[in-house]
Design a protein around this ligand. Structure first.
Ligand code: PMP
Ligand code: GLN
Length: 375
């Protein structure tokens, strides 16, 4: 009966649990361990006693939809119609799952770029589609020759994640132009653009599909307030898509979720009046530099992290064990938890890479780095 016979507990659950069991410093699963903004807590406290506890409209709280419309115009100069092109979701995960399960039918192919975030493939399998996994280049940039070769008349979707989990890579202007050229030739393909780390970029500004007129007409863009506001447990995100696609997505959403929890929508709506998204990249850039500098004396090779709150390192100088075993050893023997990168590949490509999450207090990062430097 299983639709996912080869799927087990996600690597994030496995590593976080192991980290807890061994009291290791948890740099595995991607979530902040620093305190939530006091202003967010103040708004929450104040609103909790108000009359905000019943269903919101199915597509989302009207004031939140308006705030997102304003934000999207401010950041990306895109004018969206909140009534027909926007949907609040229970985190980006549900937005992605709902999108795929709305638009993909049995036998359709979906291109996924490896290493890829773990929720895309199961979402395609549950929809009855066939995931077609295409490896990124060695420097984790997209390989458009390979992407084009993978396209068939059955290809209905390509999933792109930018800034990229797990590698921290950010696509260039040229990458987007290449994607536009390919999708121009294949009008049956829609783009699912996972941009949950849109506000965390260091090397150059993240280019959102919201700013690409050619792409956005065929794109569903997933955002996450969990990531952008440092409240991953709140599980609130949103989708932006052209009306004809959104109309279909809403049909499924109303029976999967109906409406997202009201309290967080009310609080986020008010919090968006005061939050400064420009500060987010600056804050994480400092953490990235602190962590990288603290690891300089270690035997780990530090790869570029252009965006997200992830740092990939190569441990080839330390061990020849496969990355999952080494990650477990890192927890049990050295007290630091990371995510092995091979789990993000269809064929478990193992280049001796680990992903560390640096969305942590400076003390946590320095304590972890001290342990890592001692190896
Ligand atoms: N996409 C990527 C690339 C992620 O890293 C995550 C994890 N937060 C998600 C989607 C899911 O986001 P959410 O927590 O809002 O469901
Ligand atoms: N997105 C988070 C990460 O990459 C994990 C989310 C989850 O546990 N599903 O670590």
């Amino acid at each position: 009966m299983s639709k996912l016979p080869n799927t087990s507990a996600s690597i994030f659950s496995v590593m976080s649990q192991l980290a807890n069991e061994h009291k290791a410093i948890n740099l595995s699963q991607g979530f902040p361990n620093f305190p939530v903004d006091g202003r967010l807590l103040e708004i929450t406290n104040r609103l909790l006693i108000e009359n905000i506890h019943q269903y919101t409209p199915m597509v989302g709280l009207p004031s939140l939809l308006e705030k997102i419309t304003t934000l999207t115009y401010k950041n990306y100069q895109r004018i969206i119609d909140s009534a027909s092109e926007l949907l609040i979701t229970t985190g980006a995960t549900q937005g992605i799952f709902t999108t795929i399960n709305t638009l993909i039918k049995s036998g359709d192919e979906v291109i996924i770029l490896d290493p890829s975030y773990d929720s895309y493939e199961p979402s395609v399998l549950v929809a009855g589609g066939n995931p077609v996994r295409v490896s990124l280049n060695d420097d984790y940039s997209p390989n458009f020759n390979r992407i084009e070769e993978a396209i068939s008349h059955k290809t209905k979707m390509i999933v792109v994640n930018n800034p990229h989990n797990p590698t921290g890579k950010i696509w260039s202007e040229e990458d987007y132009q290449n994607l536009e050229t390919i999708l121009d030739k294949h009008s049956q393909i829609v783009l699912l653009s996972d941009e949950v780390y849109e506000y965390i970029s260091f090397k150059h500004q993240h280019i959102s599909v919201n700013t690409r007129p050619k792409l956005r007409e065929k794109a569903i863009i997933a955002s996450s307030f969990g990531k952008s506001l440092h409240v991953t447990g709140w599980k609130v995100g949103y989708l932006i898509a052209p009306k004809h696609l959104m109309k279909e997505i809403k049909k499924v959403h109303q029976f999967l979720v109906f409406s997202v929890n009201s309290i967080s929508q009310h609080v986020i709506s008010e919090y968006l009046n005061v939050v400064d998204f420009d500060e987010i990249s600056k804050m994480y850039a400092k953490k990235r530099t602190l962590f990288q500098d603290a690891l300089r004396e270690s035997k780990f090779e530090i790869l570029p992290s252009e965006g997200t709150y992830f740092q990939v390192v190569n441990y080839g100088e330390i061990s020849k064990k496969n990355d999952t075993e080494f990650a477990k050893e890192l927890i049990t023997k050295h007290g630091v938890a990371a995510i092995p990168i091979s789990v993000f590949y269809e064929d478990a490509t193992d280049k001796h890479m680990l992903r560390f999450c640096f969305a942590k207090t400076d003390e946590t990062l320095l304590a972890a780095a001290e342990k890592l430097c001692a190896i």
